[in-house]
Design a protein around this ligand. Structure first.
Ligand SMILES: C[S@@+](CC[C@H](N)C(=O)[O-])C[C@H]1O[C@@H](n2cnc3c(N)ncnc32)[C@H](O)[C@@H]1O
Length: 432
């Protein structure tokens, strides 16, 4: 739907020997959020280094609505994508529970729903007693949202605005912003920018944003079943040696990030926090490029098939304004499992804690599943072996809804007899 502008979905694996130690792999993906719309991850043709450009100044005018944006909004006019989201009970029930948990901050207040879709979250807010809800969506799904609102006799409370959050006018400040903006790997789709825009345009000082924080995680994964199903399968097909197919199978299966469900058993270490977002304070320019260095220590001997990514979001009030007396926004149960850089994972262990919507492998599955970046060939890791490297996620300059992924990794392959010295071999997966 986006045409071919700036995007290659043909496979291209470049094996580059660099100083005898590095292997470079370029991958691209044209995928979709919710598996059926056309905006995808992609690997950039350059490593993003734009984070310095706008560090000092926020752009004053909203980004123009490009053809890519039009196609993006058009994809949300299809019923299937909304059906999939609404049927994701983990997602929808958590949002409803979060709204009810913050009822005292919503009752009698003005709400804006950034990207209302069918209007479901707006209606939850109206049911929680909101005085007025501005339900904004640039997609034609807003037409249906308006009908849904009328059919539920809420037209006096829920005002559907068919347009971009960046462009519509709301002539009052709002007390609450609600939005379901998260894409695959959290940042894909770049919808968080629209939440920031809404916050900066309309939110009262001390207002509530739901969800309030978001965290993206990564961890090395082992997934022999997947590798066997897609690759090893070709070794013996009805008694025929089809291993000549294997290289093509690797390219076709693994050239792009895959949206799949894995379990906690596939994860080799505790995860690393790639990015923590505080929706109350994050600025637009921070989303242009996210980078991190990671260091994992494998908890077992296993074939390393790649890296898995997932996120969670948390529903809490602003720091200086506790949401209500039923809700505590304390974070407990921090599991600090990466001794090197303090990667952390939050667990809700008490019903009074902030609600968390998690897409982690060990939690109930959601339509986001997990995002997996596979190597073409597994790498054997020993227990306690260190896997380290860096990751840069950057918005494509051509289409900010695309995400460029630059992943580098290295690890030691040989322990010396006394355990003290390594024979390091570095691998690099690199966007070019
Ligand atoms: C993930 S869906 C969520 C729909 C609905 N809130 C729900 O929870 O079922 C995101 C919606 O936001 C809309 N959207 C994304 N960016 C927007 C923007 N800048 N202005 C208005 N609508 C936007 C999309 O068209 C889409 O319908």
């Amino acid at each position: 739907m986006y045409g071919s502008t700036g995007y290659s979905n043909g496979y291209h694996q470049n094996l580059q020997q660099s100083s005898g130690e590095k292997r470079g792999v370029t991958r691209g993906r044209r995928g979709s959020r919710r598996s059926r719309d056309p905006h995808g991850f992609r690997v950039s043709d350059h490593q993003n280094n734009s984070s310095n450009d706008n560090d000092q100044q926020e752009p004053k005018s909203p980004p123009p609505c490009t053809d890519f944006d039009m196609a993006y909004f058009h994809s949300y006019a299809h019923v299937g994508i909304h059906e999939e989201m609404i049927k994701d009970r983990v997602r929808t029930d958590t949002y409803r529970a979060a709204i009810m948990q913050h009822q005292s901050l919503i009752e009698g207040k003005v709400v804006v729903d950034v990207g209302c879709g069918t209007g479901i979250l707006s209606i939850f807010c109206a049911q929680a007693g909101a005085k007025r809800v501005y339900a904004v969506d640039a997609s034609d799904i807003a037409i249906q949202a308006n009908e849904v609102v009328k059919a539920n006799n809420l037209a006096e409370k829920v005002i559907v605005l068919h347009g971009r959050v960046e462009d519509v006018e709301i002539d009052e400040e709002v007390d609450v912003i609600i939005s379901e903006w998260m894409g695959y790997m959290l940042l894909y789709e770049s919808m968080l920018g629209s939440v920031i825009t809404a916050r900066d345009r309309w939110l009262k000082r001390g207002g509530l944003i739901l969800p309030s924080t978001a965290t993206l995680y990564m961890a090395p994964i082992t997934h022999p079943d997947r590798y066997n199903d897609s690759i090893e399968f070709w070794r013996n097909v009805y008694g025929i040696d089809m291993s000549a197919m294997m290289q093509l199978a690797k390219q076709c299966a693994f050239e792009e990030p895959c949206v799949e469900t894995i379990s906690g058993e596939n994860v080799l270490t505790w995860p690393h926090v790639v990015k923590h977002v505080d929706c109350y304070t994050i600025q637009l320019h921070e989303l242009e490029s996210v980078s991190t260095r990671y260091k994992f220590q494998s908890m077992m001997r296993a074939p390393l098939h790649g890296f898995g990514f997932w996120f969670d979001v948390e529903f809490t009030g602003p720091a200086n304004s506790p949401p209500n007396n039923h809700t505590q926004s304390s974070v407990i149960g921090l599991l600090n499992n990466n001794p090197v850089d303090g990667s952390q994972r939050k667990k809700r262990t008490n019903p009074n804690d902030a609600l968390v919507l998690s897409t982690a492998p060990e939690d109930p599955p959601t339509h986001w599943q997990q995002t997996l970046i596979y190597f073409y060939d597994p790498l054997e890791v020993e227990q306690d072996q260190v896997i380290e490297g860096s990751l840069v996620l950057s918005q494509s300059k051509e289409n900010r809804r695309f995400m460029n992924i630059h992943l580098e990794y290295s690890f030691t392959t040989d322990y010396m007899a006394d355990g003290s010295t390594y024979m390091p071999v570095a691998y690099q997966q690199q966007a070019i």
